[in-house]
Design a protein around this ligand. Structure first.
Ligand code: EPZ
Length: 419
């Protein structure tokens, strides 16, 4: 398994181009199953999760071709199978996103239950309940969700919990449903809006994405078309924290400042100077040590849970004591245990990490456990004295395109060790 080796203590200074958003590319790729012709997608990031999704589509008989390494063309008209097999779903839970389109368009889907993951149980009961409310017959057999429906019918769905992929799955399922579907207590994440904009570009009739109430009028069919995936707000936030934790200056290019209000507010509280333009954000720490901040994760527009681990690393070297409360997932502090091994002075109290910053972390061999935890360890390694070696970095390759190249561009001393 590859490792990343980081020699810390270098103040980052430079610019980095942000890639397309993983959590938008994945639902949009699933949404191509609804298209009536070829779809060309731009700004799709080169990530393992995208590769897995393409493998899943191809396995269903969908034609996928890569153009000039930047655009992907997907033609669902050759689809032959409606199955998302365990061997693929177990490597990427987001495969559940084919459930809604398959049932909504083809009336049939056999999708492996994703099971839990490092950060929590991650049930999909709300996805299933919503489809049942729309008239699907669903049984859980041998670890698979087997869904059948002649034609889904529009209805009012009130989600018990704000769920991002649950909202996305039900929105896609509703595109061809008979009549109007209302999704209440819907997720408001920018990636939900990006998916709605993509589907509307093909002829869907979706209103209210980005608000707690999404209204979908069923249509008979969609066209093909083209769409450019939004920039990745979590990648953006991660590189801004890289600037903050090393006392440096980082400008993120081709991003969307509006998606990061809660994160930018906390970075300012930590003492960073933030300037923003139409499609760029610059953080300048001016060599200052960050000030500890208190974070409480929440659904968008609250502070994103996917940025929690990164701020845990920032608090680990900040002046003062900061608390981080995780309200979305039940087990998302595994990075904290590894940070302790690098000298962080923190304690885990239920769903809160209380951290009293130290002047300097010390490099150590550490292990990545999930995508954002691995980002947190990279950030800590950048700030630590000495060498940090991060194992199991397949986690990080799922969500960060060319991470070592981008960090090298910013002046980090980092290399990948193939093993
Ligand atoms: C999406 O996961 C993201 N993944 C996650 O990003 C992100 O952390 C999460 O949303 C929260 O923002 C993708 O978009 C591919 P949820 P998702 O359903 O949709 C509970 C990353 O690092 N719930 O919004 O799976 C659930 O247990 C990944 O890029 C149910 O109870 O998350 C959790 O407590 C990690 N029943 C809460 O809702 C359900 O049927 C929010 O989960 C569904 C969810």
């Amino acid at each position: 398994m590859d490792k990343l080796e980081i020699r810390g203590g270098h103040r980052l200074d430079g610019e980095v181009r942000i890639s397309g958003a993983k959590n938008s590319a994945l639902p949009i790729l699933a949404g191509t199953l609804l298209a009536g012709g070829p779809v060309v997608l731009g700004n799709v990031p080169h990530l393992n999760d995208v590769t897995t999704t393409v493998k899943l589509l191809r396995r269903m008989g969908v034609e996928v071709t890569f153009h000039d390494g930047v655009r992907i063309e997907v033609d669902p008209r050759s689809l032959t199978e409606h199955i998302a097999p365990y061997e693929l779903v177990k490597t990427m839970r987001a495969s559940i996103l084919v459930l809604g389109p398959l049932v909504g368009r083809y009336g049939k889907a056999d999708v492996s239950l994703p099971g839990g993951c490092a950060i929590g149980a991650r049930p999909v009961d709300l996805h299933v309940a919503g489809l049942k409310a729309m008239g699907a017959t669903i049984s859980i057999e041998n670890g698979y969700i087997r869904a059948r429906a002649k034609q889904l019918r529009g209805t009012r769905i009130v989600l018990d919990t704000v769920t991002v992929t649950g909202t996305e799955n039900l929105m896609m399922a509703a595109v061809f449903a008979r009549g109007e579907t209302l999704i209440e207590n819907a997720a408001r994440e920018p990636e939900v809006v990006d998916l709605a904009n993509f589907l509307n570009a093909l002829g869907a009739r979706i209103e209210g994405a980005g608000t707690p109430t999404i209204r979908i009028q069923g249509v008979d069919s969609l066209e093909g078309g083209s769409y450019t995936v939004m920039p990745d707000r979590i990648e953006t936030g991660t590189y801004l924290v890289a600037g903050a934790i090393t006392g440096g200056r980082v400008r993120t290019l081709r991003t969307r400042p509006d998606d990061l209000d809660a994160v930018l507010q906390k970075l300012r509280e930590a003492g960073a100077e933030i300037t923003i333009g139409a499609d760029w954000i610059e953080l300048d720490m001016g060599g200052r040590r960050p000030v500890a901040v208190d974070i409480r994760t929440a659904p968008f527009p609250g502070f994103p849970t996917d940025m929690q681990a990164q701020f845990c690393a920032l608090n680990a070297v900040a002046s003062g004591t900061g608390t981080i409360t995780e309200t979305i997932f039940e087990n998302r502090f595994q990075h904290a245990l590894e940070l302790q091994r690098m000298g962080a002075n923190l304690s885990i109290q239920g769903n809160m990490v209380v951290c009293r910053g130290v002047e300097r972390l010390t490099g150590a061999p550490v292990m990545a456990t999930d995508l954002r935890a691995s980002a947190s360890l990279v950030l800590a390694g950048l700030a630590a004295s000495g060498t940090t070696t991060i194992d199991r970095i397949y986690h990080i390759d799922r969500g960060y395109e060319c991470i070592e190249e981008k960090l090298l561009q910013l002046g980090a001393d980092i290399r990948r060790i193939a093993s």
